[in-house]
Structures are given as structure tokens and as C-alpha cells.
Ligand binder design. Structure first.
Ligand code: SF4
Ligand code: SF4
Length: 109
């Protein structure tokens, strides 16, 4: 098994303003453009209406999640295509990985 990314990497913080992104199931522009498939849309489930079809044109029936922010490369394509400017992304400063000399973990220098 390989780990292509250094362990302890900090992930981007992706914020979706739900007050602006009200009908994500109709829009989906950020889902379509994201090369890393960071986003998904889910239905806002009400227990008594769980078997009913929900109209995607009604505000608040669906909600957008940035579930795979670990995959985000910071390309900003989603921000560029969003018609209501609902997405904000903060890329964290990454700490440099310190490579220990061979044997350092055993107390040998
Ligand atoms: S910045 Fe790029 S990779 Fe990250 S969520 Fe937006 S489109 Fe996807
Ligand atoms: S592009 Fe903007 S408005 Fe459209 S689903 Fe994504 S966040 Fe919501």
C-alpha cells in the first residue's frame, strides 16, 4: 500500500453559503466542473415525507456538501462557475516534512 500524500497534511476549508446556494440540485455547476469530485448533493430528509419525491426547484429541499475536501487541489474552478458566489475556499499553509536521517528513529545519528 502506498501513501502518495504526506501524512498530517492539512486539508482546505470549503464553505458553502446555504443562504445563497438554495437550489443545488437544479444548478450543480460546481459538481460538474470539479475535477476532483469534491461535492455532492443530498436531499433534506423529513421523516414523514421520506417516500415522497421532492421538488428540486423549491428552496432548501436539497443541500450541497463539500464532502471530499481532502481531494481539493485549490483550482478555484468551482468558485469561478458559481453564479451566486456561494463557495469560499481557504487553502492551509502546509508544514514542510522533516526527513530524518537513516537510523534517527532508533537514537542513532
Ligand atoms: S477548488 Fe477545484 S478541486 Fe477544489 S472543490 Fe473547487 S473545483 Fe474542486
Ligand atoms: S455552483 Fe454555486 S449555486 Fe450552483 S450548486 Fe454549486 S454552490 Fe450552489
Amino acid at each position: 500500500m502506498t501513501y502518495p500524500l504526506p501524512m498530517g497534511r492539512k486539508f482546505p476549508v470549503i464553505t458553502v453559503d446555504q443562504a445563497k446556494c438554495t437550489v443545488p440540485f437544479l444548478c450543480k455547476k460546481c459538481l460538474q466542473v470539479c475535477p476532483s469530485v469534491v461535492f455532492y448533493v443530498s436531499r433534506v430528509m423529513q421523516k414523514e415525507k421520506r417516500l415522497e419525491e421532492m421538488d428540486p426547484r423549491v428552496d432548501g429541499n436539497y443541500v450541497l456538501h463539500a464532502a471530499r475536501r481532502d481531494k481539493c487541489t485549490g483550482c478555484n474552478l468551482c468558485i469561478d462557475v458559481c453564479p451566486v458566489n456561494a463557495i469560499k475556499i481557504q487553502m492551509p499553509a502546509q508544514e514542510k516534512e522533516v526527513i530524518k536521517p537513516k537510523g534517527a528513529q532508533w537514537g542513532q545519528e
